[in-house]
Design a binder for this molecule. Structure first.
Ligand code: 5GP
Ligand code: ZN
Length: 111
């Protein structure tokens, strides 16, 4: 997608503070962190949101879920972490390239 910020970050056209990358995902720090650790787990493939997922994405979604605790450990989040996926304008989604927020580093308030 040519006008997608996260596609540009993945392509290296916009700089980011990357903490992990592999053949399926790029993980970088949120530019406006809501906690001491705030990572964005972003698939290399442009998928707009959870609403665009098909069965062909089941492997990717499982892969990202299993990656989360590894990233949390890498960031020293021994006490746990929070994962958020915003979907659609009603869900607070601002960037329409699917991403998982990984937050932690202090006690997070409940919902
Ligand atoms: P959403 O509301 O779509 O779930 O979250 C988008 C997130 O992307 C926000 O937390 C926002 O701070 C972050 N973000 C937006 N633009 C950039 C950027 O250019 N670089 C980085 N690292 N994060 C961004
Ligand atoms: Zn994109």
């Amino acid at each position: 997608m040519t006008d997608c910020i996260f596609c540009k970050i993945i392509a290296g056209e916009i700089s980011s503070d990357r903490v992990h990358e592999d053949d399926q995902v790029v993980v970088f720090r949120d530019v406006n962190p809501k906690a001491r650790v705030h990572l964005l787990v972003v698939p290399r493939q442009h998928i707009a949101s959870l609403e665009e997922l098909g069965p062909e994405h089941d492997g990717l979604m499982g892969y990202m879920m299993r990656l989360l605790p590894k990233l949390a450990k890498q960031e020293g989040l021994e006490a746990g972490f929070r994962t958020i996926i915003n979907t659609g304008k009603g869900g607070g989604q601002e960037i329409f390239h699917l991403h998982l927020h990984l937050l932690g580093g202090e006690k997070l308030t409940g919902f």
